[in-house]
Design a protein around this ligand. Structure first.
Ligand SMILES: *Cc1c(COP(=O)(O)O)cnc(C)c1O
Length: 438
């Protein structure tokens, strides 16, 4: 029998990289470098994805079109601007598991969240509450509370939050169900982050949607940490809407545009409450400048303004890579890459680190949230100085996300080495101060 190769070695990581069918995509991204020119180990695609090398060309092409065509760019050139958002719909739909007519790139994430709440938070009588996670991303919380106040409702009475059990950090699915069963008659909208930004926990959105719908609630998801990361199957999940940003796993650049999904069952509802603008208007009639709004019978009806072409070009360039690599292949690699990260981190020992992200593959994506015990931000500063870019969440969590599109097993191994050194170095300092302190 062959001796099993030691997985905790650079040689093992490099061999995994050689066998990786997606390894060629790494060279299609720019990696930030340290002062001496060494590239950083970049494991922060959950906050800001890296720049695809092709992006500059996509943006430049539209600058050229503007330069050479002026207003004619809307109708002429290779990709007329009038239809620009349509060129992205199919590839984006594949990434999130929607139909192309259910998915649109527009605005930014929090803006889209508000637009969706205008449509799907319809407080009436005693059904006037919103259910969300207690530790939702702050922007979502602000958006929800301000929507409640906008409807003259007090968040103290009308916001129900899902909490982990005392002593636990993850939400249990049976607890989510119980809260929905018990409060469903009073809930107008259930809004969850589909992958929690802090713990990396990925919820079963089909199940939650079913529980919510059984109680007559609308159900929507903020997929900021899910899009491009985990299989969402938005259409099949049956959820009413979803929103996400495209600058995290989808690599579209800082402050890049967001996206929205509205299930097709809502597209032709004449009574849909919605904030409207001319880019949602029937495409054949838009330039007739009529007073009567005749909504496009797709999610495009929610568009407000003419497309910001320069902001959308980077998304198109990134989506082409997703389309080419295939989301199923990316997820496959992601599972393996994150499992490797898990194996390495766990080998450091429970007295130093604890992974708070679920170990169940169905409940997580690329990200692992690592609680470093008896440490503070100085540990994070130390590993940054050593050439690793990850992110820190107070009080003691490092979020690490190997993005399958451009990260390697070697990246993960290097991160492990630097973390290990920082943790053990700190330990020896502690030890000596303890000795001195007598
Ligand atoms: C990243 C993120 C945001 C950021 O919202 P923007 O409107 O793009 O600034 C909001 N919510 C969640 C859950 C996020 O992960």
């Amino acid at each position: 029998m062959a001796v099993e190769e030691n997985q905790i070695s650079l040689a093992y990581a490099q061999r995994m990289d050689e066998e990786d069918p997606l390894r060629k995509y790494r060279s299609q991204f720019h990696f930030p470098s340290q002062e001496d020119g060494t590239p950083f180990v970049y494991l922060c695609g959950n906050s800001l994805g890296l720049q695809p090398k092709a992006t500059k060309e996509f943006v430049n092409r539209e600058l050229e079109n503007w330069k050479n065509l002026g207003i004619e760019g809307y109708f002429h050139g290779k990709n007329p601007w009038l239809r620009y958002h349509e060129y992205l719909a199919e590839a984006m739909a594949k990434v999130v598991g929607g139909k192309p007519e259910e998915v649109v790139v527009m605005n930014t994430l929090t803006v889209n969240l508000h637009l969706m709440m205008v449509s799907f938070f319809r407080p009436e009588g005693k059904r006037c509450k919103i259910l969300m996670e207690a530790d939702a991303f702050p922007s979502d919380r602000y958006a929800v509370e301000s929507q409640l106040r906008f409807h003259k409702l007090d968040p103290k009475d009308c916001l129900i939050t899902l909490n982990a059990r005392p002593g636990e950090v993850l939400l249990r699915s049976e607890d989510i169900k119980e809260v929905i069963d018990q409060n469903g008659d009073e809930i107008s909208l259930i809004l969850l982050g589909n992958t929690n930004y802090y713990t990396g926990q990925f919820y079963n959105i089909k199940e939650i949607t079913k529980w919510g719908h059984e109680k007559g609630c609308f159900v929507g998801f903020d997929c900021a940490h899910g899009a491009g990361n985990v299989p969402l199957e938005l259409h099949d999940s049956g959820c009413d809407f979803a929103v996400w940003c495209n600058y995290k796993y989808l690599n579209s650049g800082p402050g890049g545009m967001g996206s929205a999904f509205v299930h097709e069952r809502h597209h032709k509802d004449p009574a849909m409450p919605r904030f409207e603008g001319w880019w949602g208007q029937n495409k054949e009639r838009r330039f007739l400048m009529e007073d009567q709004f005749d909504p496009i019978p797709t999610v495009e009806a929610w568009q407000l303004s003419c497309t910001p072409i320069m902001a959308m070009a980077p998304i198109w360039s990134s989506l082409q890579l997703f389309d080419e690599a295939g989301f199923v292949n990316l997820r496959k690699k992601s599972i393996s890459l994150t499992a490797y990260l898990e194996l390495l981190v766990k080998s450091l020992g429970e007295e130093l680190v604890e992974i708070i992200t679920p170990s169940d593959l169905e409940q997580r994506g690329a990200q692992l949230s690592i609680r470093v015990k008896n440490e503070n931000k100085s540990l994070f500063d130390k590993i940054t100085e050593a050439g690793v870019i990850v992110d820190w969440r107070e009080p003691d969590v490092i979020r690490v996300a190997p993005a399958p599109m451009y990260n390697s097993y070697e990246d993960v191994f290097l991160f492990y080495c630097i973390l290990k050194e920082a943790l053990t170095e700190r330990q020896s300092i502690d030890l000596s101060s303890m000795i001195k302190g007598g």
